[in-house]
Ligand binder design. Structure first.
Ligand code: C5P
Length: 233
């Protein structure tokens, strides 16, 4: 199925406590956003990539994409006030012929080609799918500092991106959320509230979202690990 990707990278990155915008922060000499885009560039199942960055950053982003020779990034959209607004703007720029739309956080560079392939395949079959990992900790519902309930861990997953959706339904879900003033914390939740099923695809704990300075340390370890395994091979 014809699949377009939207990469959202218009966050302020304020939790990174850095003068350099998070998107352009370099990890081992390569900007974070380029690391993420490279994976989508290599994926056989992705036809085009829409990159969402803050409006004032679009020209810089274009230059960077050209400098690194990425050819699948063919459209740019300005960021919204929040992540949901950024995805909405991205959707407006997606090729109308797209049958599936994949949404991915620019801040998750450790997504793999296999994860992209599996989540796209499952969304093609079920209408929507998201990468997720089983929750490791015990999770409790709390009100006023008192535990109300311990939720059975076997039923809990932490969801990540990529999330992939049938294009027409994703457009509908975003439009309805906007009209009704609904704010979701991910795209799947907008889909779920219309009663559409979302399939879980088990991913990896490595697919972290680089948010705080500590995450950069973890990223450096992952990269070190990757280059060592390449040397061994
Ligand atoms: O803020 P959060 O950690 O949820 O951001 C997840 C992703 O959404 C990041 O890649 C960030 O750049 C993006 N984002 C965006 N526009 C916003 C806020 C976040 O594209 N207004």
């Amino acid at each position: 199925m014809k699949t377009s990707a939207i990469v959202v990278a218009a966050g302020s990155g304020s939790r990174m406590q850095s003068n350099v915008k998070k998107t352009y922060l370099e990890i081992n000499g390569i900007p974070l956003i380029i690391r993420t885009l490279r994976v989508l560039e290599q994926s056989q199942v992705i036809k085009e990539v829409v990159l969402v960055v803050a409006e004032q950053d679009i020209e810089d982003a274009k230059r960077l994409v050209e400098q690194y020779g990425l050819r699948k990034i063919n459209r740019y959209a300005p960021g919204g006030e929040d992540r949901q607004g950024s995805v909405y703007n991205g959707i407006q720029a997606v090729d109308e012929q797209a049958e599936l739309i994949l949404v991915h956080d620019g801040a998750r560079p450790f997504v793999t080609l296999q994860e992209i392939e599996r989540v796209v395949e499952q969304a093609g079959r079920y209408g929507a799918a998201t990468i997720a990992t089983p929750v490791k900790d015990t999770v409790k519902k709390v009100a006023d500092g008192i535990v109300q309930e311990t939720i059975p861990r076997s039923s809990l997953y932490s969801v990540q991106t990529p999330q992939v959706f049938e294009a027409a339904r994703l457009r509908e879900a975003h439009l309805k959320a906007r009209e009704q003033g609904y704010q979701g914390t991910d795209d799947a939740s907008l889909f779920e509230r219309l009663g559409y099923p979302v399939r879980i695809v088990e991913g990896s704990y490595r697919n972290i979202k680089l948010t705080t300075p500590e995450d950069l340390l973890i990223a450096a370890v992952f990269l070190q690990n990757e280059s060592e395994s390449l040397r061994i091979r």
